[in-house]
Design a protein around this ligand. Sequence first.
Ligand SMILES: [Zn+2]
Length: 152
Amino acid sequence: MAATAAALAPNVALAAAKDAYAASPYRKITDAEWRKRLPPAAYVVLREEGTERAGTSPLLKEHRKGTFACLGCGLPLFSSDTKYESGTGWPSFYRALPGALLTKTDYKIGVPRTAYECAQCRGHQGHVFNDGPRPTGLRYCNNGVALKFIPA
Ligand SMILES: [Zn+2]
């Protein structure tokens, strides 16, 4: 039990700092309910912080104008204006929409990385790195299966 509490601590601290969606009904959805709502591959990413296999997302080839929203709750996360070809095999963006994401440090691969999640439902989306293009220098490396594209 102690290990679980420690693992959750960064989330809790982050949420306390700024949590505009604390009262959202999406926060009350149980794990069992998410499992029913989401396609299995999306459940693994959004609720278990999984990573889809590189090169598998149809959104890699999505080049229309529009918005990339959280598959879990529909919150708009990225504009197509900030999508770019990173060559990584995951949909990549250099900027998130304001207030759309919460970040935390994870150590899943042994080195610290900055994971981010949807600010509303707290579904895991991906990781952000400092090797992106101008003007931000950021690379939001997102699991396509956790997103849905809404054409403009
Ligand atoms: Zn969400």
